[in-house]
Design a protein around this ligand. Sequence first.
Ligand code: ADP
Length: 286
Amino acid sequence: MIIKLENVNYIYNPNTPFEKKALDNISFGIEEGDFIGLIGHTGSGKSTLVQHLNGLMKPTSGKVIVDGIDINSSSANLKEIRQKVGLVFQYPEHQLFEETVYKDIAFGPKNLGLGEDEVHIRVKKAMELVELNFDYLKDRSPFELSGGQKRRVAIAGVLAMKPKVLILDEPTAGLDPRGRDEILGRLQTLYQEGITIILVSHSMEDIARLVDRIIVMHRGKMAMEDKTREIFKKAEKLEELGLGTPQITSFMRQYKIKGNQVEDAILTVEEAKDELINYLRRRGNA
Ligand code: ADP
C-alpha cells in the first residue's frame, strides 16, 4: 500500500473562535497503480486532505503513512515524501517563473542535487510524458505558450521529480476543450505507465471516464468510497451530497425508467452507444 490514512482528523485554528474541523476521522488505503477520483462539494475537505498526502500538512490526530513512512514520526524526511508524492495545485502555471521551459522543469531535480546529465534525462522524459516537443520548446519562454501547454509544463516539473504518486487538483479548470483533452489524455498515459494518480475534480464526466475508484468527501467526512460504476449507480445519494452523475449516466437512467430494458450504470458516451445499439438489436429480434 503506497498511502494509508488511519483516523485522520484536522482542525484549523484550534481553540480559537475560528476553529474548524476540516477532516473528521478519515481512514483509507491507496494501492500502487490505483487511479482514484476525489470528489465532494466545495468546502468538503478535499484540498486539506490532499495536502496531508504529501506532508504539506500534518494531521491534528491520526496517522498518514506514505510508502511505509509515518509523516508524523521524527525520523520522517518530508523532502523525500514530497518527492514521492507530487502535488499539482490548481492553476499550477501561476507558479512558472523561469525564463525557459527547460529551466522551469529542471528546477526540482536540480534542487535534489542531481547532476546535469541526469537532470537533462529527466526533463526530456517529463516533456515526453506530457507530449511537449523537447527540441522545439525547451528554450522557449513558458509564458509564450498556450494555456494547455503551460499547464503541461507545470505538470512536467512535478513528473521530473519521478513521483510514485501524482495528485492533481482540478487539472482542467479554466482550459478550453482542446486543452482539457490534452491534459486528460496525458493522465491516461501516465496511468498506463504505472504511476498512482489521485484526481480531484468537479467534472463527473472526467472522473467517470478516467478513474477506477472514487472517494466522496462531505463536510470533512468520507461519505462514500467504492468502484466508479458503483458510486455512479447511487444517483440519489450523490444528489443528497450536492453532487451529480455524468449527463450520459442520468440520460440512461431516465431512459430505463421510461420502460426500456437497458443497463443504466453507464459511464461514457461510448458505453451508451454500444448499449443502445445492442438494445435496439435485441428489441428488433424479439
Ligand atoms: P475543498 O477543497 O473540498 O473545497 P477545503 O479543504 O479547502 O475544501 O476546506 C475544508 C473546510 O476547511 C472548509 O470549511 C474551509 O472553509 C475550511 N478551511 C480551509 N482552509 C482553511 C484555513 N486556512 N483556515 C480556516 N479554515 C479553512
